[in-house]
Design a protein. Structure first.
Length: 168
């Protein structure tokens, strides 16, 4: 499968088969995160692979995302330096963790897995649940597992509406 196909095939999956992920599959996905580019190659991130059923249930409950309870793994992407800002005025931890989890998402497609990005969760409660120090920030949660659904592609705005060349 080529990368473009993985990009076109990726969907947000909210229903997962009961099949567990192997440690090798988990490690392969997390290696995709480890190999991602980051601002100045600082790699100021941590990825927590939540695989214990009881803990996943608590993540689902706290986030209000009930479907997470059916996922065999939830990854928490954590930025370790949320106060750092790039010259452009953007904090790099958000960009870096997002790039890394995008790589995880695309590799998951190639592995026959599905993912779903989760940004709806209470930061402080989730940080406490996962034992994350208060100076760090959870950027995203990502459900991962074998899909038990095949959602149709969602509509996209026309190319000409979102792309310009040389100037806005």
């Amino acid at each position: 499968m080529d990368v473009r196909t993985a990009i076109e095939k990726r969907r947000s999956i909210r229903k997962y088969a009961s099949r567990e992920l192997t440690r090798e599959e988990v490690d392969l996905l997390l290696t995709a995160a480890q190999l991602a580019p980051s601002a100045r190659n600082r790699q100021e991130w941590r990825f927590i692979a939540v695989t214990e059923k009881e803990l996943i249930q608590k993540v689902a409950q706290i986030s209000g995302q009930d479907f997470l309870g059916g996922a065999p793994m939830v990854i928490a992407g954590v930025g370790l330096e949320p106060t750092r800002v790039m010259r452009c005025g953007i904090p790099p931890y958000i960009v870096d963790v997002t790039i890394a989890l995008t790589q995880v998402s695309l590799l998951a497609v190639e592995m026959g897995l599905g993912t779903c990005w989760i940004g709806g969760f209470p930061q402080e409660e989730m940080r406490q649940l996962l034992g994350i120090p208060e100076e760090h920030q959870i950027v995203q949660l990502m459900a991962v597992g074998y899909p038990e659904e095949e959602p149709a592609p969602r509509p996209r705005r026309p190319f000409a509406e979102i792309v310009s060349y040389n100037k806005f």
